[in-house]
Design a protein around this ligand. Structure first.
Ligand SMILES: [Zn+2]
Ligand SMILES: [Zn+2]
Length: 394
């Protein structure tokens, strides 16, 4: 764990003159209380969410550790929501163990699985296991209108009509690539996959969409599988952590690698889904990684709480805007700030890189607003996606 509760003296902060950054200032927080001016981390409003969990045999390319184990495992790590996504199946939603377990609420989803890409469909309505939303041409579904061609956009529309949201999975994974565009999806995985070890290619795919002006949310999904058979006692008890080790299954990531930290008004499934849609989320490559908060002061009260990651800053075009980036628990790592304009070439400017010199670190950035039209700023910690925030559109 990171020492969020550590006390550090307030060293103040100063803004650089006019252009741009930079003022990396060591600043302080008394416990978790906000220091005036800084984006706040209120643990009561940020919840950990695990996504892309294969939870049932038959829907998991083989074996799974099962819903009960997944929920018990998440609860022990304060992961409060677990998004269950089996391949083209929603049978798990109807199991008796699919219920609040300890601190963790299961969320019904499925992995829409086609040769032209995979996507997690989350939280759509279904009253029987037969009401999954399936690709054309499989399991008794109508053949595809055009042979072998999925209609991604109408799938997304159907999910939306049924109250759900769509997260594109491993967009560049060889053999399962999503089409070039978002097709109206709400979010995309921006972390590693089997063929993209640190998620660099996935984040490039995402950034390219942001540069095209598409406000699609970056989200994390572990693609947790469990490839060894379970014994009956495993099923009764849930698994021990040691038994769950990847030594048994080097191909499968852990449930919390990565994990999402999501800002919710209240701790409900609906609030989590709204937060995903709004981009009020950051992706941590594992639970030990730094937390990062973006804040903007628009009403001039000196508190950077009017806009956060995912938001569009509604300030008049050309006006001065100050954005603060606060990093907790990142001392010794590097903060990468991607500040971009819609329409720029992907191969354009790289990120600005700042050393994170304290465990409660604030960077103040001064910019000129575009009324949220075509500028955005997002951050990553390190080059392997230790922490990835959603953009603030300014
Ligand atoms: Zn997949
Ligand atoms: Zn998967």
């Amino acid at each position: 764990m990171i020492g969020f509760a550590r006390r550090v003296g307030f060293a103040g902060m100063v803004l650089a003159p006019t252009f741009g950054f930079l003022m990396a200032v060591a600043s302080g927080a008394a416990g978790l209380t906000a220091v005036p001016g800084q984006p706040v981390y209120d643990p009561a409003q940020w919840v950990l969410v695990a996504n892309h969990l294969h939870s049932a045999p038959g829907g998991s390319n083989g074996w799974s550790s099962g819903v009960k184990h997944i929920l018990t495992y998440c609860s022990a790590r304060n992961i409060e929501f677990a998004l269950m996504t089996d391949h083209n199946a929603i049978k798990t939603w109807f199991l008796p163990e699919f219920r609040v377990t300890g601190k963790t609420t299961p969320v019904g989803g499925m992995e829409w699985t086609s040769e032209q890409g995979h996507a997690n469909l989350i939280g759509f309505t279904a009253s029987t296991p037969e009401q999954a939303i399936l690709p054309c041409g499989i399991r008794g579904q109508a053949p595809c209108a055009q042979e072998g061609q999925q209609d991604h956009a109408s799938m997304v529309k159907q999910v939306h009509e049924r109250g759900g949201l769509v997260i594109i999975n491993h967009p560049v994974l060889k053999g399962y690539k999503w089409p070039a565009g978002t097709c109206g999806a709400d979010a995309v995985e921006v972390n590693r996959s089997w063929s993209d070890r640190y998620g660099v290619a996935a984040r490039q795919w995402w950034h390219d969409k942001l540069l095209k002006g598409d406000h699609i949310t970056g989200f994390g999904g572990s693609d947790y599988h469990y490839f060894r058979p379970l014994s009956s006692s495993d099923e009764e008890e849930g698994l021990e952590e040691s038994e769950h080790s990847n030594e048994a299954s080097p191909l499968s990531p852990d449930i919390e690698t990565p994990v999402n930290l999501v800002r919710v008004g209240e701790k409900t499934v609906a609030a989590v889904m709204d937060a995903v849609r709004a981009g009020h989320a950051q992706v941590l490559s594992d639970l030990t990684q730094p937390r990062v908060f973006l804040g903007c002061d628009a009403n001039g009260d000196g508190v950077f709480d009017d806009y956060m990651m995912g938001d569009r800053v509604r300030l008049a075009e050309g006006s001065r805007v100050v954005i603060q980036v606060r990093v907790l628990g990142g001392k010794g790592q590097r903060l990468r700030v991607f500040d971009a304009k819609v329409g720029e070439m992907l191969s354009g400017r790289g990120p600005e890189v700042h050393d994170i010199t304290s465990d409660d670190f604030v960077l103040a950035l001064e910019r000129t607003a575009s009324a949220g039209k075509d500028r955005f700023l997002r951050t990553e910690v390190g080059e392997r996606g230790a922490n990835v925030t959603n953009p603030l559109y300014y």
